[in-house]
Ligand binder design. Structure first.
Ligand code: KIV
Length: 273
């Protein structure tokens, strides 16, 4: 892979473990298009995730379930074009790893070949042990995803904090250990109590990346549209807005609209003689 001149040393799969060992938190952000990828490329973010949350924030679906392999490959490809040096993870969408192990390896391989990602991510625990083993045996780095797994929203019955009861807490911890044993290089923990996420993080040698899982994780991930304040609807408690772009963009659109209508745009400086 080519790296543009003057860029920081790229983050590799080895750095995941290294950062955890050194106690250095890992930063991750979702990214879905070329324009934001170009900005992220020049930022200090360690890793980019082409999440299937693109189904919600880009396509406007209610869930991530309709997202297809072709859509993930398309978005993965354009993000890689804008961010050639970042450690790039691409989500495996619903039904791309549920049918058979063979099908899963083929789909993970397609993502790696066509998007030039560094790793794939899939949701679930022990039920995908053999799938994770097969994908990682094919030399494809894999990130697990436990806790709230949005592709299972209909089974879970909603988007709520996971692992609060003792038996579910025990199961989540076991699942994390099983994923590590099966070859995962990191695990995203979504909406689990901070105490459980902390316990899981201490029990693993691979890093945990939390979203709504407290500060005891080895890294944090946020959905870029949430942290940039690009929507006016419901924002989950954990999704801190680091800026508020929605009103900024709306104001710019209204100023442009007014300038067109009062003939102040285009001015002489925007016009060819
Ligand atoms: O799809 C996604 O954006 C994710 C993150 C929320 C971790 O899986």
């Amino acid at each position: 892979m080519a790296y543009a001149s003057g860029e920081q040393k790229p983050f590799t799969v080895n750095e995941f473990k290294g950062k955890k060992k050194a106690g250095i938190p890992i930063s991750m952000i979702t990214c879905y298009d070329y324009a934001f990828a170009c900005i992220a490329e020049q930022s200090n973010m360690d890793t980019l995730l082409v999440g299937d949350s693109l189904g919600n924030v880009i396509a406007g679906y209610k869930t991530t379930i309709p997202v297809t392999m072709d859509q993930m490959v398309y978005h993965g490809t354009i993000v890689r074009r804008g961010a050639p040096s970042k450690f790039l993870i691409v989500d495996m969408p619903f039904m791309s790893y549920h049918v058979s192990v063979e099908d899963s390896v083929r789909n993970a391989g397609r993502i790696m070949k066509e998007t030039e990602a560094n790793a794939v991510k899939l949701e679930g625990g022990r039920e995908f042990k053999h799938t994770v083993e097969a994908i990682t045996t094919a030399s494809i780095p894999l990130v697990g995803h436990l806790g709230l797994t949005p592709q299972s929203v209909h089974k879970l019955g909603g988007y709520s904090v996971q692992g609060r009861e003792d038996d579910k807490r025990k199961r989540l911890l076991e699942d994390a250990l099983i994923l590590e044993e099966a070859g995962a290089c990191a695990i995203v923990l979504e909406m689990v109590s901070a105490s459980l996420a902390g316990e899981i993080s201490k029990s693993l040698s691979i890093p945990t990346i939390g979203i709504g899982a407290g500060g005891g994780c080895d890294g944090q991930v946020l959905v870029i549209n949430d942290m940039l304040g690009m929507n006016t609807g419901f924002t989950p408690k954990f999704a801190k807005k680091f800026t508020e772009l929605f009103p900024v963009i709306k104001t710019a659109l209204n100023e442009y609209d007014a300038a067109v209508k009062d003939h102040s745009f285009p001015g002489p400086e925007n016009t060819f003689k």
